[in-house]
Design a protein around this ligand. Structure first.
Ligand code: COA
Length: 384
């Protein structure tokens, strides 16, 4: 009897979760019951992390305590900074650098040797690694630009402090709010590839740093987190060539059948991604205030072309990455830091899901349908 094979685990239920709910047909995303629009507009990223990890929104006092602990956790050991410098010297890609640094951060955690089934300790480890990732990313970027890293500032929020450590300047209110919203929008999204990867590692009761490091690896691919960088590179390409954006995508599509417009299409949404709706507004606003409206306009032209061609109806509509690239670019963030920034936010979901799963753990262990031979005759090495 043949069992049904679900390639890519599409639609397969593997766990129960109360973290995020996605209605792919209605274009709705909810964290613990709250619509993403409301959270992005009203709550800080720290508040959203608290919500994801604790199940409910914090009171003012709880938030102050949590945010203060996170701010204290931001500083990293000299050895970690030296490793960031060595990775910059070796010309590593930022996601490869983050993969190494996320792993090495466990050496800077006072509870690194506490067993994974101590979920309170795991929650504290989660807070520490989430607080430190922006510090190592900013340090890495500054080293490769030949600059010394800046110490984190405890008086700034998570979003503002990262922009400060990266650029050396305290961001204005618009930049801070925009970046904080972008972090909230990327924080969780059900069992996407990187979150599932983190959960699989967590299900062996491995340490949280292993789960986070594995999440970084999964996020680095162009079919997942890498798409936001690809979108901006496409727009920069179009701009450099002075080509019409619609002609550009049509030319690339006809030159190569398999070419996909980055930032378009989604496994779960059959309509426009609700996060793209918010980021599109932000991209347009930033374009108006900075006088550089062209990035938004190019992306918008491509989106409209897909709508007119009937592709949006088939679900090939903007996903979260389509407009986040233009937003980050307009905030002055280097293009190859876009995916690490995604990681800086999604680490919230990796940790939330891993801890939720470990609380009722069962080792994740699927099967493959074997299609190889079963009766091969072994031929000694010298006779082959
Ligand atoms: N541009 C053009 N065509 C696209 C497309 C895109 N971005 N995304 C999907 N399609 C087409 C496919 O070519 C396919 O057409 P076909 O049936 O004629 O072969 C159809 O839509 C279905 O695609 P499929 O690969 O089965 O969808 P999926 O659910 O497996 O893929 C993605 C989802 C995200 C991997 C895919 O849309 C993609 O590669 N997008 C670009 C990368 C990206 O933005 N990733 C970030 C996701 S958050």
């Amino acid at each position: 009897m043949s069992e049904e094979l679900k390639k890519g685990l599409e639609g397969v239920l593997v766990a129960e979760s109360s973290l995020s709910f996605i209605d792919g047909e209605a274009g709705r995303l909810v964290y613990r019951g709250y619509d993403i629009e409301e959270l992005a507009a009203e709550a800080s990223f720290e508040e959203v992390l608290y919500l994801l990890w604790n199940g409910e929104l914090p009171t003012r006092e709880q938030l102050e305590t949590f945010a203060a602990s996170m701010a204290e956790d931001r500083a990293v050991d000299e050895r970690v900074l030296d490793t960031a410098a060595a990775l910059a010297e070796a010309d590593e890609e930022p996601m490869a650098a983050l993969r190494t640094l996320a792993s090495f951060l466990s050496s800077d955690d006072p509870e690194s040797d506490v067993a994974a089934d101590d979920l309170d300790a795991a929650r504290r480890k989660g807070r520490r690694v989430t607080a430190k990732i922006p510090t190592v990313l900013a340090a890495f970027d500054r080293y490769r630009r030949g600059e010394e890293p800046l110490s984190p500032r405890e008086d700034l929020g998570h979003a503002a402090n990262f922009l400060y450590m990266l650029t050396g300047e305290e961001p204005d209110d618009v930049a801070e709010e925009t970046f904080d919203q972008a972090l909230t929008l990327h924080a969780d999204h059900g069992l996407n590839a990187s979150t599932f990867t983190a959960m699989v590692v967590g299900s062996t009761m491995a340490d949280l740093y292993s789960a986070v490091t594995a999440g970084v690896g999964a996020l680095s691919g162009p079919l997942h987190g890498g798409a936001n960088q690809d979108v901006m590179e496409m727009l920069l390409d179009i701009d450099a060539a002075g080509e019409d954006p619609v002609e550009y995508v049509e030319r690339r599509r006809s030159d190569d059948d398999g070419w996909r417009v980055p930032g378009m299409g989604h496994r779960v949404y059959s309509v426009k991604d609700p996060r793209a709706v918010i980021l599109e507004r932000k991209s347009e606003e930033l374009g108006q205030t900075s006088g550089e409206a062209k990035w938004y306009e190019m992306a918008d032209a491509i989106e409209h072309h897909f709508q007119a061609a009937g592709l949006a109806e088939k679900g090939i509509a903007p996903n979260v990455d389509f407009y986040s690239g233009t937003v980050y670019y307009q905030l002055g963030i280097p293009v190859d830091m876009f995916t690490p920034i995604f990681a800086m936010s999604r680490v919230g979901g990796w940790i939330g899901h891993t801890l939720e799963y470990q609380a009722e753990n069962r080792l994740i262990r699927p099967r493959a349908r074997y299609t190889g031979p079963t009766e091969a005759t072994f031929v000694p090495l010298d006779e082959r």
